[in-house]
Design a protein around this ligand. Structure first.
Ligand code: ATP
Ligand code: MG
Length: 253
């Protein structure tokens, strides 16, 4: 478990147009927290994760780990980032070496990919590839887990089983976790804390603590009250068009 502190993290992009994406983000994540970051498309969630992971550099501000060394990371990025010419099992073993074969197989089983160990990434659906990336992230027994919309494109029953997996994993290990999601209900089910990133300001506009995400302890009324507040804050965000409006065939008729 590892904590971190962000001070004044700012990120601007000038190409293709000037964009002030993150404006002086101050945030402390304590060891063992499960934090969900919620914000509309384009609000800077992935940019913030990339800065925390050291894949991007802020224009101002700092990221400080509360540890003597950079923690062991597990990450699911928005694209699964599997090596296309390696089998799913070899993609997992790439980060650990062959001694972890049994554990890798067990994790592939846990994400419901048993039987796909020898498949190439291109032979799997997007949702399957993302679950393989999740198994790879958990395989290293991370001290800090970053998940960028890991359950998108899964059917609702499978997404619920994967949420249970993440919840069990966190309750057993208390791995410090930062999850990006558009789904407030998902955030409420899994997190000890929910952050809202404002679409226009580039700042965190809400920071809500929740009771521990343990199905036995969860006080439903407390969670509903927090969720209701957050829903009110986010209801003005742009929503995706309904599928009919985007379907050129339906428009032509
Ligand atoms: N390398 C880059 N160069 C230029 N602009 C960038 C770059 N990376 C991100 N941006 C811009 O920064 C803004 C935030 O992008 P980001 O990917 O962080 O959003 P997001 O909140 O993760 O969105 P989504 O929910 O769609 O994944 C967007 O306007 C995007 O176009
Ligand atoms: Mg993103």
């Amino acid at each position: 478990m590892t904590g971190l502190v962000l001070r004044g993290v700012t990120r601007d992009f000038s190409e293709p147009t000037d964009r002030h994406v993150l404006r002086g983000i101050d945030l402390a994540i304590a060891p063992g927290e499960f934090v969900s970051l919620v914000g509309p498309s384009g609000s800077g969630k992935t940019t913030l994760l990339r800065i925390i992971a050291g894949l991007d550099t802020p224009d101002a501000g700092s990221v400080t780990w509360q540890a003597e060394r950079r923690p062991r990371f597990g990450a699911v990025f928005q694209e699964p980032r599997l090596v296309p010419w390696l089998s799913i099992l070899d993609n997992l073993l790439l980060v650990t070496g062959p001694d972890w074969r049994e554990r890798a197989r067990a994790l592939l089983n846990a994400v419901e990919l048993a039987g796909n160990e020898d498949a190439l990434p291109g032979q799997l659906s997007g949702g399957m590839q993302r679950r393989a990336a999740l198994a790879r992230a958990l395989l290293v027994e991370p001290e800090f887990l970053m998940l960028d919309e890991p359950l998108i494109s899964l059917d609702s029953a499978l997404a619920e089983r994967m949420r249970q997996l993440l919840n069990n994993y966190w309750r057993e290990r208390r791995t410090t976790t930062l999850l990006v999601t558009h789904n407030l209900a998902e955030a409420a089910e899994l997190s000890t804390r929910i952050l809202i990133l404002s679409p226009s300001e580039g700042r965190l506009t809400a920071d809500c603590a929740l009771p521990p995400p343990d199905p036995r302890l969860r006080n439903d009324r407390a969670v509903s009250a927090v969720l209701e507040d957050l829903r009110r804050m986010t209801q003005a965000w742009p929503r995706p068009d309904p599928p009919e409006a985007r379907d050129p065939l339906s428009r032509a008729s």
